[in-house]
Design a protein around this ligand. Structure first.
Ligand SMILES: *Cc1c(COP(=O)(O)O)cnc(C)c1O
Length: 421
């Protein structure tokens, strides 16, 4: 459920007509709904009610300061994967003891930065990284709390680029070697083992792969405790999928996910952490774009938009589907026709949809890409020297630009010339 609905024939974001924002901000732009962000965060928080838990928003999905502040104020922790994300979380006022540091290759600078500012735990991904964390902690006279990310060799049955829990993926330590690596961790002076971490992929549309992985984590918890490790925290990663179409696609609900977590892990008495990103931000954001031209090709009509693959790369990168809807509600029973919906970038990959059935559209019309809140703005680039597009946040009947559109001078003047030119 989200708060982007037609009202009186016009798409609204909560109580604000999307066309009003387009008139004020210009197109294209990202638009987020506060109520939807909070609703999704609370679904997770409530799903784990009665269990000691922390929902750490995976901020790589959408990391604008205003989004982080909104979620942090509701009680969310943050899952970060770089120093930039760590500093963004701190800048949004998130205390260090609510920041989990994930990521496959943390550098010594990143480790030192988080130890200095405070961190709930590092999720360790390899033995050399574990040694580095210990070394940096000892140098700083600190002890680093860690979990070790185990790779449970489970097929998440999702897109290959976002599956992370198979043994051939670069993530974590094979679960079969976990006891050996935990023994190594216990021998390192700068570390304190606090738990186990697992994350098997993104956009999962069934609970079964999670359940398989979590059962393996439950077994491992018992083994590690028998080995003398103090396993008190289980970080279960993110990955719950969202519906990208309005049809019959129905990924599991957070409440069922929470119940499954309790069933598989509740008896262990561990604190539970989860790291949802997509499910919190995905359907809380849209990208609004304008039709520049309507071009008739051979046997097909192209809608050429002012938004492009550099603004929203998911279709080009993951073959992702986004529902694209006109901002003015089509009249009931309006005839539909197929369009190839494309951006202006000089690549055939700059195609959002082929043969998409849409009501007739004209130059100047506004369209909205639904489900664009996660892995949208954060993955955008200036390819073709197109400016990064603004981000806007709605809250009830108010809206605010939360990242302005830069000027062309801003973009050009970031370059510096060598002295010989
Ligand atoms: C990407 C990622 C997440 C979030 O995944 P979603 O599918 O957006 O919920 C959580 N944890 C880790 C370690 C990740 O890499």
């Amino acid at each position: 459920m989200d708060h982007f609905l037609y009202r009186d024939g016009v798409l609204h974001a909560e109580d604000v007509p999307v066309a009003d924002i387009a008139a004020a901000v210009g197109t294209p732009f990202y638009l987020y709904s506060t109520a939807t962000l909070l609703r999704h965060y609370r679904l997770f928080d409530e799903a784990l009610e009665g269990t000691d838990h922390l929902v750490c928003y995976a901020m790589k999905a959408a990391s604008n300061q205003a989004i982080l502040k909104t979620l942090a104020a509701a009680g969310a922790g943050m899952d970060v994967v770089s120093m930039g994300e760590y500093l963004r979380a701190k800048a949004a006022g998130v205390p260090g003891d609510r920041i989990v540091f994930s990521g496959v290759g943390k550098t010594e600078d990143e480790i030192a930065c988080a130890l200095d500012g405070g961190v709930r735990q590092f999720n360790v991904e390899s033995e050399p990284e574990m040694a580095a964390i210990s070394r940096v902690a000892v140098q700083m006279g600190k002890v680093a709390p860690i979990t070790i990310r185990v790779n449970p060799d489970v097929d998440a049955r999702t897109h290959a680029k976002i599956a992370t829990g198979k043994s051939e993926n670069k993530f974590g330590i094979p679960i079969a070697r976990a006891r050996e690596v935990y023994a190594m961790a216990a021998g390192l002076p700068g570390l304190k083992v606090v738990g186990i971490d697992v994350h098997i992929g993104s956009q999962l549309t069934e609970l079964a792969p999670f359940e398989t992985a979590y059962k393996k984590v439950a077994d491992l918890t018992a083994q590690l405790r028998a080995d003398g490790h103090d396993i008190r925290r289980l970080d279960l990663g993110g990955g719950l999928g969202i519906p990208y179409t309005r049809s019959n696609e129905a990924p599991p609900l957070p409440v069922d996910y929470g119940a499954m977590i309790r069933d598989t892990l509740g008896h262990l008495g561990c604190e539970i952490e989860i790291e949802p990103g997509r499910l919190i931000a995905g359907n809380a954001g849209i990208m609004v774009s304008r039709v520049i031209y309507l071009k008739s090709g051979e046997g097909r009509d192209f809608l050429i938009l002012d938004g492009a693959m550099n603004d929203l790369i998911r279709p080009a990168m993951y073959e992702a589907h986004h529902d694209i809807v006109p901002v003015t509600e089509p009249v009931p029973g309006a005839e539909q026709q197929p369009y190839d919906i494309v951006g202006p970038v000089c690549e055939s990959g700059d195609t959002f949809a082929k043969g998409r059935m849409m009501p007739p559209l004209a130059e100047g019309d506004l369209v909205a890409f639904r489900s664009a809140g996660a892995y949208g703005a954060v993955m955008s680039s200036e390819y073709n020297s197109r400016l990064l597009i603004p981000e806007v946040l709605v809250n009830g009947d108010q809206f605010a630009v939360i990242r302005p559109r830069p000027t062309f001078d801003d973009m050009i003047n970031r370059d510096t010339l060598p002295q010989w030119l």
